[in-house]
Design a protein around this ligand. Sequence first.
Ligand SMILES: [Zn+2]
Length: 157
Amino acid sequence: MGLDDFKNSSISKSSNKAFNYKKLDEKLESIVEQCQKQFPEKVEIDFIEASPKLKKHAGKAYRDQNIEDGRLEYSIYIRIKKSLAERGGNDLVMVVLHEMCHCYLYQHGIGASEKDVVFQWLCGRVVADPSGLFRGDKEYDKIIKPFIEQDLPEIDQ
Ligand SMILES: [Zn+2]
């Protein structure tokens, strides 16, 4: 397929998905599309999919290197824990935004970790959860949650 086919979509390449939860993946794709407006330029993501294999992480962003026609190509994609994708809600939106922040940095050649200031700033800017560690604790409920409820973008799920 030509590039034009994907002009209006952030899911830009044919996918190498490992799983096939069509309904859940469509829901995740729709969330990505709606979250794009939080970023000043398009976040390049080859695909997003629900994964039954993610246990420790709520989501994960990947950057794979492959050689295509003798050229080095990067494939950037996201997997979201299947149970979270099913549950939905603000937690899901925050996790998708978090992974999109990783992808945004990847596409700019930056492999930042959660500890890096640039990643934390980006998460704060787009109202993503920077670590997942805050969720559920007292400080999170008291200090962070009200800001999230005020600023998280409206996302149809
Ligand atoms: Zn992360």
